[in-house]
Ligand binder design. Structure first.
Ligand SMILES: C[S@@+](CC[C@H](N)C(=O)[O-])C[C@H]1O[C@@H](n2cnc3c(N)ncnc32)[C@H](O)[C@@H]1O
Ligand SMILES: [Zn+2]
Length: 349
């Protein structure tokens, strides 16, 4: 981490300012290993491999920590030769590169950094947090950037100054928290007056919920994720090509998605010009299947419910920007602006 980011940080327990307590290793202006301390309550927080750590390594998101360290790069645009992540971010948020330029962004639940590396190129300053050891799978290039700070921290208790970001960004994460409305209430105050929050969630449309994960997961809930992985590795060589073959017949796609517990995501990356090898293309689908089946929490919500969470947090100009998945963007009122200017609109998708 760079010391220039200290002014954005605050103790997650008492909101006191943080200061550098010890530096064991540096790389130019960046602290690689050392520790931070709260100037109010004296609590210490280690910095390891450039990342300040505010939570223990183990928690309900361990499956993600494991998954993102096992499959670090497959979904990264910079690795697979596509623009799929960039296109998805821009399409789903409806933010333009011009709008993003120069903004300060808080990314909640960054995983191994598929979105992080793309956002880092487009925005002014980026603070990306994840509670699991997925942060250790961020690329060295992203971690070394001057405009990026990655934190191992809980989005429900961000070690940051409130009301200090132009944009809050939470993509493919909130449904994996134990209590999504509460998690949103805990993130929402970190956006500055006049700033916006982009919130994505899995949705409850029948086309989305008729997915094998919703019947398989309850059956294997108690399995350690390593065991799920072993089984998927055994079944994958049979199920992956079967799903691929059946998906060529359009009317079978939906029943296949529900009945056969394996993904085949060959079409989209291939069409987008992916440079992944045959083996990596298989692993890409294995990763998505593992991601479907192992989260401790998967609580989808319709976009109208997300709108209500925004309203409850006093946001205005709340807009549904997607229905499958649920995507809502809202704005925090500017100083002096009344929350009565509240305005909720539904998007087309
Ligand atoms: C499906 S992954 C999405 C990662 C990334 N946003 C992406 O789209 O590639 C969900 C991530 O949310 C993280 N997560 C879940 N609950 C969290 C919490 N309370 N605080 C921080 N991160 C959390 C998990 O560790 C995991 O890396
Ligand atoms: Zn403190």
């Amino acid at each position: 981490m760079r010391e220039s980011f200290l002014e954005r940080l605050a103790c997650p327990d008492c909101a006191g300012a943080l200061a550098v307590a010890a530096v064991e290793r540096r790389d130019g202006a960046a602290i690689v290993d050392g520790s931070l301390a709260c100037t109010a309550c004296a609590q210490r927080f280690p910095v390891r491999a450039r990342i300040p750590r505010f939570v223990p390594d183990s928690g309900y998101a361990d499956n993600f920590g494991w998954q993102w360290n096992r499959f670090q790069k497959l979904q990264r645009d910079s690795y697979n030769g596509t623009h799929l992540v960039r296109d998805t971010i821009l399409r789903r948020s409806q933010f333009t590169p011009e709008f993003l330029a120069g903004k300060s962004v808080l990314e909640c639940g960054c995983g191994s950094g598929n979105d992080t590396e793309v956002l880092a190129e487009m925005v002014g300053t980026l603070v990306s947090i994840d509670m699991s050891v997925a942060v250790d799978a961020q690329s060295p290039a992203t971690l070394a950037r001057e405009n990026v700070l990655v934190l191992q921290a809980d989005l429900r208790r961000p070690p940051l100054r409130p009301a200090s970001f132009d944009i809050g960004y939470c993509h493919r994460v909130i449904q994996h928290t134990p209590d999504p409305p509460r998690a949103f209430a805990q993130m929402a105050p970190f956006v500055a007056p006049g700033g916006v929050f982009f919130l994505h969630s899995y949705d409850t449309h029948w086309k989305s919920t008729r997915h094998f994960k919703y019947w398989v997961r309850p059956l294997i809930r108690k399995w350690p994720h390593e065991r799920v992985f072993r089984w998927l590795s055994r079944l994958g060589p049979l199920l992956y090509p079967t799903v691929g073959a059946l998906n060529r017949i359009a009317f079978l796609r939906r029943p296949v998605k529900f009945l056969i517990p394996f993904e085949n995501h060959d079409r989209i990356p291939s069409k987008a010009g992916s440079t992944l090898t045959r083996r990596e293309r298989y692993e890409y689908s294995l990763l998505i299947t593992f991601d479907d089946l192992t989260p401790e929490h998967d609580h989808p919500h319709p976009p109208e419910t997300l709108c209500r969470w925004f309203e409850e947090q006093g946001y205005v100009d709340i807009e549904i920007r997607g229905r499958r998945p649920s995507i809502v963007v809202g704005r925090r009122p500017r100083v002096g602006e009344s929350a009565d200017s509240r305005n909720v609109t539904s998007g087309r998708r």
